[in-house]
Design a binder for this molecule. Structure first.
Ligand code: GDP
Length: 444
């Protein structure tokens, strides 16, 4: 869609298709009222008042509904919007949508309502992106964090930094354009200001890792030699009987993955026991190779050994593989021994002893920030723009250090402004925009 294009009228079913209490059909655009007047029995609308009546195809009754009118610009999209609340059956909502389409609307594309909200300046791009985050959030904590972006905190932060940069740019430009009247800013001043800006950008970027963990979750691999209780621990953490548990070494050959909701989505990975034995089968060897790959992908490793036997040479060989990783040392089968296995965390996957404490520890280890303490979240697109802005200001700082002509310095400063404008959507191409709204669902 071209940004300057005059909008037509779009419609879509905004609730999931299925049997439910209520279904919502949304219409947005210049013909929204004209269309509803043709198909609704009670079409005299006033702002902020809903109307009750029937949707009709000529004289044929389709459904008894409530219609909510939103007069432009006071609506989600900024256009005239009509929301029809009908009974929640698949066929009822489809029949009403078809009638709306027959009377002059076209089917909305994915995310088109939110795209219009952005293009009509009802929200900036960072807020529009948070709408998709809220809809697709895998955990309630992530939904809470996305809500902060929807309220505009990221936009405010970015605008604050952008204004700082813009102020410097104005001073440099004034010095260049009116050398007689305005003195160009001192280089020491520029250096100071550039450093402050870099610090502010770094502050925003410092939450990037946490944002990514909130968004994508963390991978946690359970590693150890055979029979120490890895599959039992996998099942205990998930409260499921997902992995096969036996006392025969080499039972787990495939890598098993399941999601555990700890506020952040954790992908728990059960792996084949790693052992060095010439007698092991080809299948088990492949399983062991998979385990080693899972290690590379893991954000955290749970290294398990048998507390009743203590750490032996074979355990130590596996431990050697993960010594540079972020890992927790876990002494399982604590029910079989009185011995405290300091500094390991003692648990029993069989009785459940220590499992809840382990979950808390695990969560803190992959993400040490509580969602309510996270000021805002960023996605990779926003992080890339921030990094671009940071690099440009870094270049400007170097140039100021060597007393480069301010004309040249201003080029980098301008690039930084443009990079930040991409975050809020002040400067955006159709391609980037389409890419962003591709991730939405129809009706949003
Ligand atoms: P894996 O090969 O490391 O995945 O180990 P499994 O989970 O298959 O367990 C191997 C054996 O140890 C099975 O017989 C389990 O019942 C037993 N086991 C696992 N965890 C515990 C535990 O905490 N206490 C006791 N007593 N036995 C356990």
């Amino acid at each position: 869609m071209n940004i300057l294009e005059e909008f037509d009228t779009i419609a879509a079913i905004s609730t999931p298709l299925g049997a439910g209490g209520v279904g919502v059909i949304r219409i947005s655009g210049p013909k929204a009222f004209e269309i509803i007047e043709k198909i609704f029995s009670n079409p005299k609308f006033e702002p902020r008042k809903f109307n009750h009546g029937w949707i009709k195809d000529d004289e044929k009754l389709i459904d008894e509904v409530i219609v909510l009118p939103f007069f432009a610009p006071n609506s989600y999209t900024g256009e005239d919007v009509i929301e029809i609340q009908c009974h929640g059956g698949v066929n009822v909502v489809k029949n009403i949508l078809n009638l709306v389409l027959k009377n002059g609307a076209r089917v909305a594309e994915k995310g088109e309502f939110t795209k219009r909200a952005f293009l009509n300046k009802r929200m900036d791009l960072s807020q529009a992106e948070s709408v998709a985050d809220i809809i697709h959030s895998k955990t309630s904590d992530f939904a809470k964090a996305s809500m902060k972006n929807l309220s505009g905190v990221l936009r405010e932060k970015i605008n604050e930094i952008r204004n700082d940069i813009f102020e410097i740019l104005s001073k440099i430009t004034a010095g260049i354009d009116f050398p007689e009247d305005v003195k160009e800013p001192e280089y020491e001043y520029l250096e100071e200001e550039f450093k402050k800006i870099i610090e502010k950008i770094d502050n925003v970027l410092s939450g990037a890792k946490t944002s990514n963990i909130f968004r994508q979750g963390a991978a946690v691999a359970i590693i150890g030699k055979p029979n120490v209780g890895k599959s039992s621990l996998f099942n205990a953490l998930l409260s499921l009987d997902r992995a096969i548990v036996t006392d025969i070494a080499g039972t787990t050959r495939d890598v098993l993955r399941e999601t555990l909701d700890l506020g952040i989505p954790v992908t728990l990975v059960d792996t084949a026991g790693i052992r060095d034995d010439k007698e092991i089968s080809e299948v088990e060897k492949i399983g062991i190779e998979y385990s080693k790959t899972s290690l590379d992908e893991a954000d955290l490793v749970l290294f398990v050994y048998d507390a009743s036997k203590g750490l032996d040479e074979e355990d130590k060989r596996v431990l050697e593989l993960i010594k540079d990783k972020n890992y927790l040392l876990i002494a399982n089968k604590a029910d079989l021994t009185e011995q405290k296995e300091e500094p390991a965390i003692c648990i029993s996957a069989l009785t459940g002893y220590g499992i809840n404490d382990l979950k808390t520890l695990l969560k803190n280890k992959v993400c040490d920030i509580e969602p309510e303490n996270l000021e805002f979240i960023t996605n990779t697109r926003q992080q890339t723009c921030l990094e671009k802005a940071r690099n440009s200001i870094g270049q400007a700082l170097l140039a100021a250090n060597v007393r480069e002509l301010q004309d040249l310095i201003s080029i980098d400063v301008k690039s930084a402004v443009l990079a930040l404008d991409e975050i809020t959507g002040e400067l955006i191409t159709d391609d980037i925009l389409n890419n962003i709204f591709e991730n939405f669902c129809i009706g949003k």
